[in-house]
Design a protein around this ligand. Structure first.
Ligand SMILES: Cc1cc2nc3c(=O)[nH]c(=O)nc-3n(C[C@H](O)[C@H](O)[C@H](O)COP(=O)(O)O)c2cc1C
Length: 200
């Protein structure tokens, strides 16, 4: 698939066939993620690949957390619904990818950029991980796979995230991936004038 075609026909896919992803295809899309540009070439992304039992366990966490009384303050009706919907997408997917920021640029930056603002360095880490996610989404589309970038998991209580993944790294997104059960390749209507300003 040509690059511009891949970019303009990629859509979020939320419904999947029950079909495994060959290992070499999975490796290729993970590699595409890791080819992304990153601030100071820090490559701060860490990707956790969840398959089979562990993937279904994560889906259960999403499906159940919104029912727990002690987490009600995080959820509320709308987030509750989104968390449950995310749980279903993860359950139906072939594999779920959790993207983390390992904080390595912030660590390195204290050495290289002594007077830099920490929040700006952190922002660049987040941007770097986002670039890896988008690369990976495009590679999925190129390979006939569907995926959706889930941000709602970031609203989960931190202790649940740390407990499940056994890491203090910062969760950036969870991406269910699988073969689409419905094709959604309609191009979006984009009004360039709304987004772009020319100067000079
Ligand atoms: C940072 C970010 C967070 C997102 N979080 C969610 C989410 O939690 N649940 C969901 O269904 N889609 C989520 N999406 C997908 C968007 O809804 C989707 O990209 C948008 O509606 C445009 O549709 P398209 O991807 O088909 O072009 C997220 C996308 C981004 C970039």
């Amino acid at each position: 698939m040509e690059t511009i075609e891949a970019i303009t026909t990629r859509r979020s896919i939320r419904h999947f066939e029950s079909k495994p992803i060959p290992d070499d295809v999975l490796k290729q899309i993970l590699k595409a993620g890791c080819y992304a540009p990153s601030a100071h070439n820090s490559q701060p992304w860490k990707i956790v690949v969840l398959k089979d039992k562990k993937k279904n366990e994560l889906a259960e966490v999403f499906l159940n957390v919104s029912n727990e009384e002690r987490y009600k303050e995080y959820t509320g009706f709308y987030v509750n619904r989104l968390l449950k919907y995310s749980g279903k997408m993860i359950k139906d997917s072939s594999v779920a990818l959790a993207f983390f920021n390992d904080g390595s640029f912030c660590q390195a930056a204290s050495k290289y950029f002594r007077h830099s603002k920490k929040e700006v360095i952190h922002l660049m880490e987040v941007q770097s991980v986002a670039a890896a996610i988008e690369n990976m989404l495009l590679a999925c589309h190129d390979q006939g796979l569907g995926a959706v970038w889930l941000g709602v998991p970031l609203l989960m209580p931190q202790e649940i995230i740390e407990d499940f993944f056994r890491t203090k790294n910062e969760l950036m997104a969870v991406i269910p991936v699988g073969y689409p059960s419905k094709i959604r390749s309609v191009e979006k209507k984009i009004d360039l004038d709304k987004h772009v300003t020319y100067l000079g």
